[in-house]
Every structure is written in C-alpha cells, then in structure tokens.
Design a protein around this ligand. Structure first.
Ligand code: HEM
Length: 224
C-alpha cells in the first residue's frame, strides 16, 4: 500500500504515544517491584505518589489521552490497511509478517480490556468485595497497597488473568518496540535484525518482571 502523508502522520503519532506508554510500563514495573521490599516499600511508594495531589490527576488525564490517541489511530490504520491491500499482495505480506505483528490490533484491544479491569481492581478497588469492606490502611495509617496486592494475587483466577494479560503485553511489545524505532527512523534494513532482537528482549524482561509479582505471591514467597 502506498503511504499517504496523512497515514505517515498517524503512524508517527502512534509511535510517539506508544513510546510514552512504553515508558509508563517500564516505570510502573520499577515502582511495583517495591512490593519485594515488603509493606513499607510499596506503601510508602504509593503514599508518595498520592501526595503529589493534582499532579496525579494531570498524569492520569495525559495517560488517558495517550491511550485514546494510540487506539484510535491503531484501529483506523488497521481498517484502512485491510481495505486497501489487494488479495495476492496480502498473502505475500502475511508470509513475511510475524504472529505478533499480525495480531497487534487484537493484543492492543485485549490490553485495553485488561487496563479497565486493572483500574477497577487496584485503583477503584471494586473487584475484591472482601478487601473493600475491610479497613484497608496499614499500621501507620497509609493505604495498604501491599495487603491489597498480596491478597489479590492469592486468588488463582486473578493470578492466571494477570499472567495471561502480561503474555499479551509481551506479544504487543515484541513487535511494538521495533515498530516505534522503525517509524521514527532509528532503524534501517541493516540494523533491523538487531533492533528486532532488542525489542523482543525488552518485552521479555518486562514479561518476567511483571509476572514475577503474582507468581511469587501465589507461591507464598512474598506474603503478609
Ligand atoms: C503484575 C502486574 C501489575 C501490578 C502488580 C500492578 C499494580 C498496580 C497498583 C497497585 C496500582 C494502584 C496504585 C495506587 O493507586 O496506589 C496500579 C495502577 C495502575 N496500573 Fe498497574 N500493575 C500491574 C500491571 C500493569 C500494566 C501491565 C499496566 C499497563 C499496561 C498497568 C497500568 C496501570 C495504570 C494505568 C494504573 C493507574 C495509575 C493511577 O492511578 O494513576 N499496570 N497498578
């Protein structure tokens, strides 16, 4: 398909919003890893974040904007590509594409569903009726994020759901990272194999980091 100026602009916006969302995913994992330091680690980390007051809301609005723009252009470019690709060409392209590049739209939409569930789980806290009904403050009156996370991942269903969601995130980033670098011109034919490998490597490290939290909790290694 011939790229129009308009689709180049949209691809660039997808790359920029994707890079910023990737930045969030890296920082969020580093913050969440404070769960391994025990209640004091993650509860003081969360308290410091909440104490930022209005900045938290500005950050949330920016995140929402990034997600909306990324999904909007992702869906519109996918629809346009499939409408404009001739059948013979499509089968040649299909052979060259990897599983993660062909499924970007599905893994992206599955991540949206995960984020909605995740916000209801840990931010709004309405999926765990028992936790919501209890006094959810720690010994020194900070929100007990450690108790919430550990109790959440003691349940097999929740742990399996998060592990599956992190595998979906891995698939999305496996193609996404190298796609960002290609769109912004930081990769060429020669460097593509290295860039692809580095993208998959980063996605794999994030997968291991994220799934280690629910797995170490359900295995009883991180406990209250
Ligand atoms: C094992 C995996 C994860 C754990 C344990 C985890 C943990 C948490 C916790 C505890 C909070 C609430 C923080 C607070 O209000 O104090 C939170 C919020 C959030 N998480 Fe995660 N998270 C995980 C994976 C992810 C992933 C993969 C994404 C994105 C793709 C994500 C996106 C968010 C967002 C957008 C928020 C809301 C931030 C806000 O309230 O401003 N999380 N997460």
């Amino acid at each position: 398909m011939q790229l129009t100026e308009n689709s180049v602009g949209r691809k660039l916006l997808m790359a920029v919003t994707g890079a910023l969302l990737l930045g969030f995913v890296i920082v969020h994992l580093l913050g969440n890893s404070s769960v391994f330091l025990g209640p004091d680690g993650i509860n003081s980390y969360a308290e410091n974040l909440h104490n930022l007051g209005p900045i938290v809301w500005v950050f949330r609005l920016v995140m929402l904007g990034l997600i909306v723009v990324h999904i909007w252009f992702g869906v519109s470019l996918t629809l346009e590509n499939s409408a404009a690709t001739p059948i013979g060409y499509a089968s040649q392209e299909y052979r060259r594409a990897t599983f993660s590049s062909r499924t970007m739209i599905y893994t992206g939409l599955a991540l949206l569903a995960f984020i909605i569930y995740h916000l209801l789980h840990f931010t709004v806290q309405i999926t765990d009726v028992e936790f919501a009904a209890r006094q959810n403050m720690d010994a020194i009156n900070r929100p007990d994020v450690f108790g919430m996370v550990v109790n959440g991942f003691k349940q097999t269903f929740t742990t399996v759901l998060y592990v599956v969601a992190m595998i979906v995130l891995f698939l999305h980033l496996s193609h996404g990272v190298q796609s960002i670098l290609q769109t912004v011109g930081l990769s060429n034919d020669k460097s593509l194999p290295v860039v692809t490998l580095a993208g998959k490597g980063l996605a794999f490290v994030l997968l291991l980091g994220y799934i280690s939290i629910p797995i170490l909790i359900i295995a009883g290694i991180v406990k209250i």
